[in-house]
Design a protein. Structure first.
Length: 134
């Protein structure tokens, strides 16, 4: 058994294991937390961890297959992660009245604004790309 065979076998096993990929994502979160606490960056550890993942993916030091199954699992369980937030809202009855309605309007408005701006930027990018092709 050569080192290259073992490396290929490990990589294949890692790409197939959802549990290892979830652990990798959590490891990046912990690494981001440590980075923020050591440097005093004004962002959360989760954001710092995502930036680290983005840098590794962009530099091709890590492949997307290394995280795909774990990320899919996290997305599938997203509702479970947000249930505590919904329960916390029920403790604050003021959010169930006019204030809550205002918050919902702001959230919906900002979501529509983000979707609209994203559509305009994508349209502009596709038009510019079309001009380059001609």
């Amino acid at each position: 058994m050569t080192a290259q065979y073992l490396r290929r076998r490990f990589r294949y096993g890692f790409h197939q294991s959802r549990l290892l990929q979830v652990g990798l994502i959590f490891g990046f979160y912990l690494l981001g937390q440590a980075l923020v606490s050591l440097t005093g960056l004004p962002v959360t550890g989760g954001i710092a961890g995502m930036v680290l993942v983005l840098l590794l993916l962009g530099s091709r030091l890590m492949s997307l297959a290394s995280m795909r199954r774990g990320a899919d699992w996290y997305l599938a369980q997203m509702l479970l992660f947000f249930v505590p937030a919904v329960l916390a809202i029920t403790d604050h009855h003021e959010l169930l009245g006019v204030l809550g309605l205002k918050v919902v309007v702001v959230i919906l408005g900002s979501t529509l604004a983000v979707v609209g701006v994203t559509a305009l930027v994508m349209d502009l990018c596709l038009r510019l790309r079309g001009h380059d092709a001609q």
